[in-house]
Design a protein around this ligand. Structure first.
Ligand code: PLP
Length: 451
């Protein structure tokens, strides 16, 4: 069965355009995770719950731009805030009221944030948060869960998408760079920890405590599907990092403002020292940031402008586009919609309906599938194995997932990206009918790949 055949038939213009794209940019895409077999479709437009490609196919969207689209595409309040700002102010490199209002809203909504700075991507947010934590503690190492993605900079691209051989022992995984071009010395500053394994996490953190500046971790590991914390793992990490003088950074780039008005930290009831956010905070625009306890964030003092020992000994954070008026306007409009009304009730209810419905559909077909989700976010693992540690995800059948995804895409439903390590979402414009239709399509696709 050629699972790509129907997709190819429906996308002749994209197939052709892919050749043109590949002659200007590697793999024909702007970001590695957009490349897939046989080729990506190229997008014409997006509206509400749908994306239209250049062949005119309309896809029911659960990819949702990998997370930012929480209110549906082109939510009217976000769009008009952006349009109004575009006519008022482009960019000035002088601070604006709108950016300050956005940051006030972030601070008001997020339990851990007393001070905050804006950035343009999750990658920038985690990079700067790590620097500030290193500055605050005067230590150089960071710990991160093996398998976790925390952005595309050198310190984050460690022990993610690595082979079993490269990662080595589950009790104390090796730090290994993903891909080439990353100096090997960077790995010496990173200690991977096994998520949900309290005993070995504790051993690793105690061993390196004198050098360890920060633990940077997702509250729920959506960067490898959907790994939920178990047995009080985060409460344990909160206590241990406090005891050892390690800054606890929650990477809420994926979960921030999506799992509730107070993000995952409100939902799980654990308060980290620092938090990074992006994606849903901007409702589709380039909004990101990081924040935390005041005394930690005040490591950021422009050199020569601090007092006492801070004089010329502080962490740098800057960027031409930080707090861009368009981003600030989009972020403020998004958070105002999110913080009032029924968005979370709606997306969480539809999340339960979708992900529970997918598990039921798989069970009816008799295919080995484990669907994991929290609220509006989840993933379908092609295995009946229990999934709670990163290495459990290796049980899932990557190829079968890609085939299932393509079958559904050929029926115009996008279940995220065609990779087992991704996840997908519900959004405010989704309806019960759309979700039920998606489950029917998924069931047919499960049947097509079950052998
Ligand atoms: N951190 C997490 C948990 C992420 O999922 C991502 C992106 O998917 C990032 C950081 C990086 O964010 P960005 O792609 O905006 O650089």
């Amino acid at each position: 069965h050629d699972h790509a055949a129907r997709f190819r038939e429906q996308t002749p213009k994209s197939r052709k355009f892919h050749d043109r794209a590949a002659s200007v940019t590697p793999l024909g895409v702007e970001s590695n995770v957009r490349a897939f077999d046989p080729y990506p479709f190229y997008t014409e437009s997006a509206d509400g719950s749908y994306i239209t490609d250049i062949d005119g196919n309309e896809y029911l969207d659960f990819l949702l731009a990998l997370g930012p689209i929480i209110l549906g595409h082109n939510h009217p309040e976000v769009t008009s805030a952006v349009q109004e700002m575009a006519e008022t102010c482009d960019i000035t490199a002088t601070p604006t009221r709108t950016a300050v209002q956005f940051m006030e809203k972030v601070k008001e909504m997020t339990p851990s944030i007393e001070r905050v700075r804006m950035a343009n991507s999750g990658t920038e947010a985690t990079m700067h948060a790590i620097r500030v934590a290193r500055s605050y503690t005067g230590k150089s190492m960071i710990a991160k869960p093996e398998g976790g993605y925390a952005g595309a900079h050198d310190y984050a691209l460690q022990s993610v998408w690595a082979s079993e051989e490269a990662l080595g022992p589950a009790e104390e995984p090796n730090a290994v760079p993903y891909g080439t071009g990353i100096p090997e010395q960077v790995s010496e500053t990173v200690a991977p920890i096994p998520f949900n394994d309290k005993e070995n996490t504790e051993k690793i953190l105690r061993k390196h405590a004198d050098d360890m500046a920060a633990v940077i971790i997702e509250p729920i590991m959506f960067s490898c599907g959907c790994l939920k914390p178990r047995d009080g793992y985060h409460e344990f990490l909160r206590d241990l990092t406090e005891e050892l003088g390690i800054v606890l950074i929650w990477d809420e780039v994926m979960t921030g403002f999506r799992l509730g008005p107070q993000s995952a930290q409100g939902r799980l009831g654990v308060t980290p020292d620092m938090t990074t956010f992006a994606k849903a905070a901007g409702g589709g625009y380039q909004v990101a940031g990081f924040g935390g306890r005041r005394e930690i964030m005040e490591e950021i003092v422009p050199p020569g402008k601090g007092e006492g020992e801070k004089w010329n000994s502080s962490a740098f954070h800057g960027g031409t586009y930080n707090g861009h008026p368009l981003a600030a306007a989009a972020g403020l409009a998004t958070l105002e919609v999110l913080d009032s009304g029924d968005v979370y009730d709606h997306i969480d209810r539809l999340g339960d309906r979708l992900f529970n419905g997918l598990q039921d559909a798989a069970d009816d077909v008799g295919i080995d599938v484990n669907v994991q989700h929290i609220g509006s976010m989840g993933q379908v693992y092609m295995t009946d194995a229990d999934i709670h540690r990163y290495r459990d995800t290796w049980q899932a059948n990557e190829e079968q997932f890609a085939d299932w995804w393509l079958e559904a895409a050929a029926d115009n439903v996008l279940f995220g990206n065609p990779m087992q390590g991704e996840r997908f979402f519900t959004t405010y414009t989704h309806t019960d009918e759309q979700v039920d239709h998606a489950i029917e399509v998924a069931e047919d696709a499960f049947r097509a790949v079950n052998h």
